[in-house]
Design a protein. Structure first.
Length: 308
């Protein structure tokens, strides 16, 4: 599997290529999973296919967003399109979470209703094929996300990770069911499918919850945590000490773009002509530019505290 994913990942090197590959993978596995689930009578396999079907829509949304966020600002979106990325990820995570909760409800109701019989031989074939190919797609997207630092591809790869875990759990469950048949406890096999559905749905909820937590912070403009925030704080404090000024900073993150605003209170007797203001901006950017990347930097000067 590692060899196959390495060969494909040498061809798939950009954000848009990874999302396009994922979209075609979603279409294929959605048809395969739903059709095969109906054929063998397995809700767990149908859940796997339906999950992939929803992933197809979310991958399409991610692909559109990938095109949008690279566009420059215009008259309509004068701050650019970077904020579309966390919004798309929140929508993505919310739908996956709702799907998991619906699957959990379905699994529990089927379990309490007495379970259901499935064709174990065909179910095992599906689980082997699905686990193998979903794992390959996850590895490819995870590598691309790391190489190009794309949150869109990273979130999409999490969907394939969930699908891989779903398929692997199905594989284990069907092997256990075949084992029960072999030792004379086949009467319990009717409970395997709803138990798998419930366990898969319960475990899969952890990933969208994590995605939602991270991206909701950006949608709500909550100050980012981590090394970048600490670096900005230290550099602003150093600037304050070097120039003897009173200043206040505001840092936010929208997708792949940081927004940094610095408000400086000019004390009586201090002179800050335009040239000196621009020199301070350049000084700040020379220390933070490599870390913040394509950031929105705003440095304002005022003599009135109410504008800080």
């Amino acid at each position: 599997m590692a060899h196959h994913s390495h060969v494909i990942s040498t061809l798939v090197t950009t954000e848009k290529q990874a999302l396009t590959l994922s979209l075609f993978g979603c279409i294929t596995f959605a048809i395969f999973g739903i059709g095969y689930g109906l054929f063998v009578g397995s809700n767990a396999i149908m859940l796997d296919g339906i999950f992939t079907l929803f992933s197809m829509g979310m991958t399409g949304l991610g692909l559109v967003t990938a095109y949008l966020v690279t566009r420059p600002s215009d008259d309509r979106f004068q701050y650019g399109y970077a904020h579309f990325e966390p919004i798309a990820n929140v929508i993505n995570g919310s739908i996956i979470l709702l799907l998991c909760l619906a699957a959990l409800y379905n699994g529990l109701t089927t379990l309490f209703a007495g379970g259901r019989e499935i064709d174990l031989g065909h179910a095992l074939i599906y689980a082997v094929v699905s686990t193998f190919f979903c794992a390959i797609l996850y590895r490819i997207e995870a590598q691309v996300a790391e190489q190009v630092d794309s949150e869109l591809v990273r979130v999409d790869s999490k969907e394939w990770l969930v699908d891989t875990l779903l398929s692997a759990t199905l594989l284990i469950g069907f092997v256990v069911a075949i084992g029960l048949d072999a030792i004379g406890y086949g009467q319990y096999n009717r409970y395997i499918d709803p138990v798998l559905v419930s366990l898969l749905a319960l475990c899969a909820t952890l990933i969208p919850i994590k995605v939602l937590g991270r991206n909701l912070r950006e949608v709500l403009k909550i100050a980012p945590r981590g090394d970048v925030s600490l670096l900005v704080e230290n550099e602003v404090e150093a600037l304050r000490q070097r120039h003897g000024i009173e200043c206040y900073s505001h840092l936010a993150k929208s997708g792949r773009r940081f927004d940094l605003e610095l408000n400086i209170l000019v004390a009586p007797g201090q002179e800050w002509p335009v040239e000196r203001q621009d020199a301070l901006r350049q000084e700040l950017w020379s220390r933070l530019g490599d870390t913040l990347g394509d950031a929105w930097l705003s440095v304002c000067f005022t003599r009135e505290k109410r504008w800080l």
